[in-house]
Ligand binder design. Sequence first.
Ligand code: PXP
Length: 241
Amino acid sequence: MIRLGVNIDHVATLRNARGELHPDPIDAAKFVKKAGAHSITIHLREDRRHIKDLDVKRICSIKNLKVNLEISTNPQIINIALKAKPDFICIVPENRKEITTEGGLNLKRNKKQLKKIISKFRNKKIRTSLFINPSIGDIKISKELNTDCIEIHTGKLANLVKSKKKYQKELERISECSRIANNLSIDVHAGHGLDYKTTKLLTKVKQIKEFNIGHYLIGESIFYGLNTVIKNFKKLLKRKK
Ligand code: PXP
């Protein structure tokens, strides 16, 4: 079964816009689970622009909820993550000025540091994923780093699809990387910029076991409700078989 992870960062964005407590990402996490998502994702950014430290603590303590915590390699954030003990970690690059995570990690430059971080989480039995661009070189380095999973950055594909440009090459690149990673026994996930159309295209890549979707899903929920939108995505993910 293909898993659906729902990124609820933008529920926190909305809450923070008022500086009050509503809408509460904790309620969103519970609601998303009830609607049938397999996990929720939150990103504790260094600038705390959406999810805050207390959100991490509270969300990670919800019973029977699988939490995927996205983090950078900042040592303070790593310590918070080790204390919060989420089920899953996804290491992402972070740049203060970006609106969203713009690309995958630079594995070559950060090999030593990443290897250490992955082994720290492994010792705590936390599944760890690396957010990377669809690049064969990066898949090979991911194997050297002994990561459990990779999450392929699908932003370029999503942008090509949305702007009605040719996307076949990028889709083929993602397929090839997914096949190679799978052959190396690395679990393959995908995320960034996904809407119904791009998700449906990617369900053809049978090695992708998990999709992590945020902005579009939360945006659509303003019109149709979280329950309906999550069910729509789950239907798409089932069609693959
Ligand atoms: N996966 C990762 C690793 C991300 O950093 C993000 C964005 O926070 C997402 C998935 C979700 O992307 P989007 O909000 O564009 O669906």
